[in-house]
Ligand binder design. Sequence first.
Ligand SMILES: Cc1cc2nc3c(=O)[nH]c(=O)nc-3n(C[C@H](O)[C@H](O)[C@H](O)COP(=O)(O)OP(=O)(O)OC[C@H]3O[C@@H](n4cnc5c(N)ncnc54)[C@H](O)[C@@H]3O)c2cc1C
Length: 309
Amino acid sequence: MASGQEDKMMSPSVWHPRDATEAWTFKKLLDADAIYVAGGTLLRTQWEAGIATMPKHLIDLSSIPGLKGIVKEEHSITIGALTPLGDCRKDPHVIRHYPMLADAIRSIAASSVRNLATVGGNIASRVGDSLPVFIVSQAEFEWNTGLSPMTEDASQWAERLQEQLPKASHLLTRVHLPIIEETELVPKRFGAFHKVGRREAFTQSLVTVAISGGIKADGKLAEIRIAAGGGQTIPHRLPAAEKLLKGQIPNRELLGEVHQAVMNGYRPKSDPFATDEYRKKAAANLIVMELWKACGEPSGAGREQDGVK
Ligand SMILES: Cc1cc2nc3c(=O)[nH]c(=O)nc-3n(C[C@H](O)[C@H](O)[C@H](O)COP(=O)(O)OP(=O)(O)OC[C@H]3O[C@@H](n4cnc5c(N)ncnc54)[C@H](O)[C@@H]3O)c2cc1C
């Protein structure tokens, strides 16, 4: 057991910045010796499991004013990065305009964790279960980069992460979700999130999928966005499946092709809990099921495939 003296030497310094730019400045100066802490739920698990080492300095984001809460504007909903997942899940604007975000958050941990864990921490972890929803919702992430705020499309951000780590000093401050209303041209909108874990609730994800889109008056699909993640997979879009659906009225044959495109395009990161094949099939089945639900039973004999029989 470590002595009191050793404990003291190992205890990190905790900094309480007064605003986002001060937090960014601390991080810039202390560099790899410091880390941002929001709710601390993920970090604590990583430290306890020995996956990450406790740095010399912790930058506590919780004291920064103005980064917590949800505001509805005329055409968007803005979520402060420090908003607890539990608050976001219960927010009336989120429930009304983004029920799939509420569904995704409900699938994360348990309410005791969700009351501490933040939206920003879930996103910045790069594998948070809420991420596919932000990716398909055309969300914009606003970062404090020391100078002027930088805003980036969630889907582009996630795409960039496939190749390079994000700048550790960039501080997520807000998430902007557009409010996309139904119009005469696109009278029906749909969106859904699914998580597959090893049990029904309070479980890590094996697969997460999100889909959003619209159906035009003539039944043709518009603005389809599909993303898949889960486990340690950084969620990503499935452009080939999206392209197949663009401007189409789904029939059995098309859904079979989409199923195959999801299987081919989804790149799950392997772990001992499930095979890649299982994850791909689960993702493809869920996407096709949601399309089926949104558009009604597809017509046409088409060829038979897993999940599209
Ligand atoms: C029992 C348990 C179950 C869990 N189950 C799930 C689950 O089912 N699904 C899931 O997705 N997660 C799960 N988690 C992980 C975690 O709770 C969530 O990812 C949570 O949203 C992280 O938020 P946080 O505020 O606690 O982040 P923290 O732990 O404080 O930080 C997480 C990471 O994000 C960085 N960070 C935090 N805020 C910012 C910011 N504003 N800008 C830049 N970087 C930032 C930190 O430096 C750190 O690298 C679980 C955790 C526990 C303990």
